[in-house]
Design a protein. Structure first.
Lengths: 716, 215
């Protein structure tokens, strides 16, 4: 019986000693700042409280003896503290930041990323579309970032003292040989690819990964979108053309396919807006594209993108060489680009990426001094087939190793009247690279690239190193060093196969501070050029040069209500001795100071976005042959000023998501002179100016959901 | 004999202890769920606090889906009522973590899909132009799924109505369509019987409130 009593006593013991104890304390982070909203609890009980503004908490509990107090807060590692409760108790807890993606350092030297995924990316894909004056062109939008030049008279992206040829474009890792439409003299073609095709855009102004080669200055890395969220039709109409498309999400939601066609005719527009020069053939562009995407497994993805396009245009302008006569320039181009990529996780932290691509570009140009001489016919054709494969192995939590190789088969054909000059090039490369996290705050990327091209019959080895160190939660410093090689342009390699590779060595240092709504970047760089192509006295890769500078970028999305703006400034000191230059001088495509301000204002009440982009650059050198050689490139053009305006209005017309866009480039009609061209007798010169100094664009795009389910919801 | 007696005592003791635990669970849940029926609880900080209480209960009662469900509901409501856009994603993340745990315990649950839909909706506000399409679609699909599981759940119609109510007309929103949804929701509320006093039963007053805003 005594025993039973004991048992009963034991059973009711908890009730007997159910006196409540008060637990109080304060929660702080590792820097002793109070943390609010922390969930404090006695483990395995309901007892607990939420910390207040000053980090303090207080609650009562029935628990006694050895217990665990837990503290949880998102973004912090959950803390568990062993305590002994016998009366009122004070528990102070220090919480530490979780090591999550936000806290881990990433390599940023030299690169700007635009994507929806990363929380700290500088730009969103939509920013590219909504930058005023850029006309929804990726490269034009990137010209508002530091490191780029306002070279609107030439094709391509001129980065840090490099030419447009020194920037390479990649789609899903595959090189794009002709990313721009063929243009007329002084009127460069815009980018071929719509920004809507891509979910991520990385613009690297130097020091980029060993995965990418054949670009001395810069890499534009585009990542295509995945499966669409729903099936849809699109329809677009503007003052210069129409477009239509269809995108179908398959029933199992694991695949999609789409087609798109567009027709652009500048004829009617040019009739209204008188251009500076006459057109012998008003620009007409016809194109179509098709895509197919399929999830092959939970982690596997197959993507196909194919594009074909035809353009025809021509101008007639007064002849500089032969006063009183006119020069005709007529261009016919067709272009095909295809890209098939596949990626899959192989398990065990291995990933596999592969791609196949074929492209063809044909330019037929007719040059004619009207009523004076026989016309000259120029034909340029380039064909490129490539295959690339890459394996990535995850090492531990963040580190990784990647390696792979690519092979390109290029056929370059050219003919002047009927004299052909063709060649074939086999290009092979291999790369290996590793991202090593010494700590979550310190990462190093060590890589190397080996290339061999049959035309040059030489190999090169390009080492690349980047380091990044996180100073605080928001700021970091990065450094990059690397060697970059590139084949000389086709027009030189065609006649002189014994040329070598051109080479650039980059040194870059970056400080970056990225908060949720603010970004500050300061970057300094030094780039050394070796073996640039010289055409005088002989064609040889013996040119030299350098570029150095400082760049600033500031973006603020919060200070002003509904306003988002960014400022870029680039200081560039560059000289080179290439082509026919007698010695190292600042080249005619480089300006010393470049400044851009992009301002976007959103009026939610009428769902309208307004944008203004102001760009400025100091004058560029030009060659005045009437001066002695010692004054080569000593004269400067006027400063460049441009203000682009845009307004877009979102609405819906019969369930179709519709956007109206009005954009005006160079709205105040500033005079812009990019350079001067002299006649061979040096008696006359002409200005290099835009043919249409101010372009007014008005257009609309409609997107119709054809997803039946949406209708079902609406009719429930 | 003693051994038998001891065993009986032990059994009774264990049973009473677990009874006590379950009674405590019902009582604590009941008290906190009742707080959610009180409109004065609906401010972001108070909801976070109640959410934390449910999270503590969930941590102690790992086999019950309701504490996770209510924790998530509180967090997502707090996210929806936040004035500071910067806090929305953190709260939505917290809500998402909890609702996933609820779903692991109780899969194919229309109430859980309703909360998941709300989580997607709450994220839109941070960056409507970039996120509207993605999360709007996700939210609508989850409601479709909930509706397929249980056509009698009034909250599904309420949330569909809410989406139509708050979406600007140029993006497919419609006050008149929203009103129709609210009418269906209210009709379903009139016949809806929660499985227990602590089972999800929120929304009727909210539906009436939104309805009143439509002329």
């Amino acid at each position: 019986m005594k025993q039973l009593n004991l048992i009963l006593f034991t059973l009711f013991l908890p009730v007997c000693i159910m006196a409540q104890q008060r637990i109080t304390g304060k929660i702080t982070d590792s820097k002793k700042r109070p943390l609010q909203g922390v969930n404090v609890a006695i483990k395995d009980s309901y007892d607990g409280a939420t910390s207040g503004k000053d980090g303090s908490f207080s609650f009562t509990t029935d628990a006694k003896g050895v217990q665990y107090v837990t503290a949880t807060l998102l973004g912090y590692a959950t803390q568990e503290q062993k305590v002994f409760i016998s009366g009122t108790l004070e528990v102070n807890i220090i919480m530490r930041n979780n090591i999550n993606d936000l806290k881990v350092v990433t390599i940023t030297a030299g690169s700007f990323e635009a994507s929806d995924e990363g929380k700290t990316t500088v730009l969103k894909p939509l920013d590219i579309v909504t930058t005023a004056g850029a006309g929804a062109d990726i490269v034009n939008a990137l010209k508002t970032l530091p490191g780029t030049q306002q070279t609107n008279d030439r094709e391509g992206l001129f980065v840090r003292g490099g030419t447009g040829y020194e920037t390479q474009t990649y789609i899903d890792g595959m090189l794009v040989r002709n990313p721009f439409f063929s243009g007329l003299p002084d009127q460069p073609g815009r980018g071929r690819f719509s920004p809507f095709l891509f979910k991520g855009t990385t613009f690297s102004s130097g020091g980029y990964s060993a995965q990418y080669g054949q670009g001395l200055s810069s890499a534009l890395i585009l990542e295509s979108t995945d499966l669409p969220q729903r099936s849809s039709y699109t329809l677009g109409a503007s003052v210069i053309g129409v477009s239509g498309g269809l995108e179908e999400l398959m029933k199992d939601k694991k695949g999609s396919y789409g087609i798109e066609a567009d027709y652009t005719n500048l004829g009617p527009y040019l009739d209204v807006l008188k251009p500076k020069f006459r057109f012998s053939a008003k620009p007409v562009i016809m194109g179509g594209s098709a895509n197919f995407r399929r999830k092959t497994s939970k982690t596997g993805m197959l993507k196909f993108y194919g594009y074909a396009n035809k353009t025809h245009m021509g101008t007639i302008r007064p002849s500089l060489e032969h006063p009183g006569y006119e020069e005709q320039f007529e261009l016919k181009n067709h272009n095909i680009y295809t890209n098939l990529t596949y990626k899959e996780s192989l398990g065990n932290d291995w990933k596999f990426n592969a791609g196949l691509s074929y492209s063809l570009n044909v330019d037929k140009i007719n040059l004619d001094t009207l009523n004076k001489s026989e016309s000259a016919k120029v034909k340029n054709q380039s064909e490129l087939a490539q295959v690339k494969a890459m394996l990535t192995k995850g090492l531990g939590q963040y580190s990784l190793l990647r390696f792979g190789g690519e092979y390109q088969y290029g056929v370059e054909k050219a003919a002047f009247n009927n004299w052909p000059a063709n060649y074939v090039d086999n290009y092979t490369s291999g790369f290996i690279e590793s991202d090593i996290y010494f700590t979550p705050r310190l990462v190093g990327r060590f890589g190397s690239r080996v290339e061999y091209t049959s035309r040059i019959a030489k190999a090169n080895v390009a080492p690349r190193v980047s380091l990044a160190y996180k100073l605080t939660g928001l700021s970091q410093v990065s450094f990059a060093y690397g060697d970059f090689y590139q084949k000389p342009e086709q027009q030189y390699l065609r006649f002189k196969p014994d040329l070598g590779y051109m080479k650039a060595t980059h040194y870059i240092g970056t400080y970056q501070w990225v908060a949720k709504n603010y970004t500050l970047r300061v970057e300094a760089f030094y780039k050394k050029y070796h073996d640039l192509v010289k055409t005088s006295p002989d064609t040889a890769t013996s040119g030299t040069g350098y570029a150095k500078g400082i760049e600033l970028f500031w973006r603020d999305r919060k200070t002003f209500r509904n306003t988002d703006y960014w400022i870029s400034y680039s200081y560039l000191d560059t000289k080179r001795n290439y082509l026919n230059y007698p010695f190292e001088v600042q080249p005619d495509f480089a300006a010393k100071h470049t400044f851009s301000l992009v301002y976007k204002y959103n009026i939610p009440a009428i769902s309208t976005n307004l944008g203004v982009t102001y760009s400025f650059s100091t004058g560029r050198p030009y060659y005045n042959p009437t001066l002695p050689e010692s004054k080569f490139m000593s004269e400067r053009t006027m400063t460049y000023n441009s203000i682009g305006l845009s307004a877009s209005y979102l609405t819906s017309i019969r369930k179709a998501f519709t956007i109206f866009i009005l954009s005006v480039s160079n709205a105040p009609n500033f005079r812009q002179v990019y350079g001067y061209r002299y006649s061979s007798d040096k008696l006359r010169r002409e200005e290099v100016v835009p043919n249409i100094p101010r372009f007014i664009y008005l257009g609309m795009f409609m997107n119709f959901g054809i997803d039946r389910r949406q209708d079902v919801i609406n009719n429930l | 004999m003693k051994r038998i007696l001891f065993s009986i005592c032990l059994l009774v003791g264990l049973a009473s202890a677990s009874m006590a635990q379950s009674a405590q669970y019902e009582a604590v849940m009941g008290r906190n769920v009742a707080m959610l029926d009180d409109s004065t609880s609906f401010n972001p900080d108070k909801l976070l606090e109640i959410g934390n209480t449910f999270e503590r209960i969930a941590a102690a009662e790992k086999t019950q889906w309701l504490p996770f469900y209510y924790a998530s509901y509180c967090y997502v409501m707090s996210a929806l009522m936040q004035r500071d856009n910067d806090k929305v994603d953190d709260l939505a993340d917290k809500a998402a973590v909890n609702i996933e745990q609820a779903e692991a315990i109780s899969p194919k649950n229309d109430e859980i899909d309703c909360i998941k839909s709300l989580v997607a909706t709450s994220r839109i506000r941070v960056d409507p132009p970039s996120r509207g399409m993605k999360y709007g679609m996700e939210s609508a699909e989850l409601l479709m799924k909930a509706n397929q599981t249980n056509q009698e759940n009034p909250r599904v119609y309420l949330l569909q109505g809410q989406a139509l109510f708050y979406t600007p007309e140029q993006f497919g929103g419609s006050k008149t369509e929203a009103k129709k949804k609210f009418e269906v929701a209210l009709q379903k509320f009139s016949t809806f019987k929660p499985a227990s006093s602590i089972a999800p039963h929120w929304g009727e007053a909210y539906a009436k409130g939104l309805m009143a805003q439509i002329k």
